[in-house]
Design a protein around this ligand. Sequence first.
Ligand SMILES: [Zn+2]
Length: 198
Amino acid sequence: MDLESFRRQFGTRFVNLAKDSPLLLRDIRLLQERGVSIRRLNGKSYAYSRSSTESNPAGLICIGSLASPLDKVILLAHEAHHILRGRAPSDPDPTSMSRRRFVSLCMQEEARAMLHECRVTEQLYDAGHRLPFKHMSYMASYFRGGYGAIRAMIEEDCTIMDDISHSEDYGRRYDSKHRNLLRAKANAATGRRRRKAA
Ligand SMILES: [Zn+2]
């Protein structure tokens, strides 16, 4: 496994932390085997991933440069779960999937990504790393109630970028896709009418 690229992008402390989580090392190996691109997002502290983009067909994970090394490791574990094991379509097709179904799939996937993140956090904790309060409290919820507790926490949580609930955020993603579809249909109908009139 090649950790050198991680050292260059995220530093030695990141690599030393990653080495203490067998689960994360497995993720890294799988990401490398699949050819997923991992980039540093300069000037940001959050992370995101895309299962496929035009320039990164095998997937893309971006990790904010301003996050602490520990946060970067945990963010990578979270996004790796989305890429490697996520099932919610990133581009929902409104003709074959309802809004409710899409939101529910996304919430499920997000809760499982959090669960995975907590397992990696636990390995870092067991290896003797000190964890900030936020990660300790996530891990406590995970120990207390597993998937159900994490899911409930996410229902209440808001997204970092827009300050709206996660389910609202997923719902809006579906709505915008639906609007595009209706617009495309309307344009096609206008085109047909014009051709008839001509
Ligand atoms: Zn997520």
